[in-house]
Design a protein around this ligand. Structure first.
Ligand code: SF4
Length: 422
C-alpha cells in the first residue's frame, strides 16, 4: 500500500509509526494514503496533529487521510474537522490495513479490541541508527495532568522472549543501539503471568550480541537496586537515565499524583550516578502546575541543582480538558509559568555544561549518526553529543573516542584507538 506515515509525539509513537509503515507496505494500494500518527499529551500536541492534517488535506486533496492513535481516541472531532477521512484509535492501530480496507467498503473501521503486545514486532529495516523497541503500553498511575493513561488502554507488556526475538531482528538489520521504550516502563511486566521485571527483561535482551541498549524515560519507582546493579556490571547498558521529576516539591507531587517524593527521586538518581560508571542523568520538569508557588518552584530548582542533569525537558503546564488538574485552583498565570520556564532553561544550560565538562579526558563510545568529511557525530553511551574529528567511519559504527574539548552544545573527541597507537 503506497502510504506515507507522519508522526507527532513520543518515542512510543515513533516505534508505532515504524510498525504502521511496515504493515502498510504489505497491503494493497487504494491510491494515495497519508497516515498521521497523532498525539494528545498537551493542547500543543493536539494543535500540531490538527495542523499537520489540515496541511496534508490542502496539499493532497484527493488522498485518503487517516488519523491514528492517541489523538484519534482523545481529540477525534477536531481531527475530522481538520480534514481526516478516517479515525483509527489505539485499539485498532496495529490492524491499520484492515481498518482502511473496511472503511473503503463502507464498514466499521475497527474491532475495538486491545491486541497482545507480542504481536507488535518490527524488523528494523529503516534508516535510523538507534532502533526503538516497544516493550510496554498503558499506565495505571493516573497523574492528574496526564491524558496519556486515558487513551492508552490497559497495562500490556511484551514478553522477554518476544522482545528478545525482535531485538535479534533489529541487531541483524545493523542497528548498533536499541532504545527500549514504553508508556510507563516502571510498570513493565505487571500484567504478565510470571511478573518479569525490567531487570529480567534487560537481562534477556543482553543475550543478543553486538548491540547496546538504552532505556528511554523511566519513572524513579522503576529504578530498583537490582536494575542499578545490572547497569553497573554491564557495559552494553548505556549509563544514562531519563527520570521524569516534574516537580521537586512534595505537595505539588502529591497533587500531580506522582508515585514518589522529591527525596525518593533524589535517592534513586544519586544511587544510579554513584554506582554506575560514567553515568549521566536527564529529567522532565513541569512548571506552573496549579498551586505551584515561588517556594515550590525553588524546590524544583534545588533538586535539579543537586543532580546537575545533562538534559532537562521543560514543560509549561497547560490545563487539559478531561484531566483532574484542569479543575484545580489556583491556576498559575501564564506569564509566571513562562518566567519560571525561562529561569529553569537558563539554569539547565549550566547543569548541562557542568555535566559535559566532567567527562573531558574520558573515553567514550560514540554511535556515528552523521558523517561529514573526516568527522562523525553521534551520542556516546552516556548520551553526550560528541563530534569525533579526524575519523572517517560509516554511519552506525561505534567509534571509541577520547573527549578533548567542549564546543557549543557538544563535546569534541579524537579517535581513542588511533590516539593510543600513535
Ligand atoms: S506515569 Fe503519569 S505522566 Fe506517565 S503516562 Fe502514567 S499517568 Fe501519564
Amino acid at each position: 500500500m503506497r502510504a506515507i506515515v507522519h508522526t507527532v509525539g513520543c518515542r512510543v509513537n515513533q516505534y508505532e509509526s515504524h510498525l504502521l509503515a511496515e504493515k502498510l507496505a504489505e497491503g494493497e494500494a487504494p491510491g494515495e494514503v497519508h497516515v498521521v500518527n497523532t498525539c494528545t499529551v498537551t493542547t500543543l500536541a493536539d494543535r500540531k496533529s490538527r495542523q499537520l492534517i489540515a496541511r496534508l488535506r490542502r496539499d493532497h486533496p484527493a488522498a485518503l487521510i487517516v488519523a491514528v492513535g492517541c489523538g484519534a481516541d482523545g481529540a477525534g472531532p477536531g481531527l475530522t474537522r481538520a480534514g481526516a477521512d478516517l479515525l483509527v484509535g489505539n485499539r485498532d492501530k496495529e490492524r491499520i490495513v484492515d481498518a482502511i480496507r473496511r472503511f473503503l467498503v463502507g464498514g466499521p473501521p475497527g474491532e475495538g479490541k486491545w491486541g497482545d503486545l507480542d504481536g507488535e514486532r518490527i524488523t528494523g529495516r529503516e534508516a535510523r541508527v538507534r532502533a526503538l523497541l516497544k516493550v510496554q503500553d498503558g499506565c495505571t498511575v493516573g497523574c492528574t495532568f496526564c491524558r496519556t493513561w486515558q487513551v492508552r488502554g490497559p497495562l500490556r507488556s511484551k514478553t522477554p522472549k518476544a522482545a528478545r526475538a525482535e531485538a535479534e531482528s533489529l541487531a541483524r538489520a545493523g542497528h548498533p543501539e536499541i532504545v527500549v521504550v514504553g508508556i510507563n516502563l516502571a510498570q513493565y511486566g505487571e500484567d504478565l503471568p510470571s511478573r518479569p521485571t525490567l531487570t529480567d527483561l534487560l537481562t534477556s535482551l543482553l543475550a543478543v550480541p553486538g548491540v547496546r541498549y538504552r532505556l528511554s524515560s523511566v519513572n524513579p519507582d522503576g529504578v530498583t537496586d537490582e536494575l542499578i546493579a545490572l547497569f553497573a556490571g554491564e557495559t552494553r547498558l548505556c549509563p544514562y537515565l531519563h527520570l521524569p521529576l516534574q516537580s521537586g516539591d512534595d505537595a505539588v507531587l502529591e497533587r500531580m499524583r506522582r508515585p514518589y517524593t522529591a527525596a525518593e527521586y533524589v535517592a534513586r538518581a544519586e544511587a544510579f550516578r554513584r554506582t554506575v560508571p560514567q553515568a549521566t542523568l536527564g529529567a522532565d520538569a513541569m512548571v506552573g502546575f496549579p498551586g505551584e508557588d515561588e517556594g515550590a518552584f525553588a524546590h524544583t530548582v534545588e533538586v535539579l541543582d543537586s543532580l546537575s542533569p545533562l538534559n532537562v525537558h521543560i514543560f509549561r503546564y497547560s490545563p487539559r480538558p478531561g484531566t483532574a488538574a484542569a479543575r484545580f485552583a489556583p491556576q498559575v498565570p501564564a506569564a509566571v509559568a513562562a518566567r519560571r520556564a525561562a529561569r529553569l532553561a537558563s539554569l539547565a544550560d549550566g547543569w548541562s555544561r557542568a555535566s559535559q565538562e566532567r567527562f573531558l579526558g574520558a573515553e567514550v563510545e560514540v554511535a556515528a549518526e552523521e558523517v561529514a568529511g573526516d568527522a562523525v557525530r553521534g551520542r556516546s553511551e552516556n548520551y553526550l553529543v560528541v563530534e569525533v574529528r579526524g575519523c572517517a567511519a560509516p554511519r552506525g559504527t561505534i567509534v571509541p573516542a577520547r573527549l578533548v574539548a567542549r564546543a557549543t552544545g557538544h563535546l569534541v573527541g579524537v579517535r581513542a584507538d588511533r590516539t593510543q597507537s600513535s
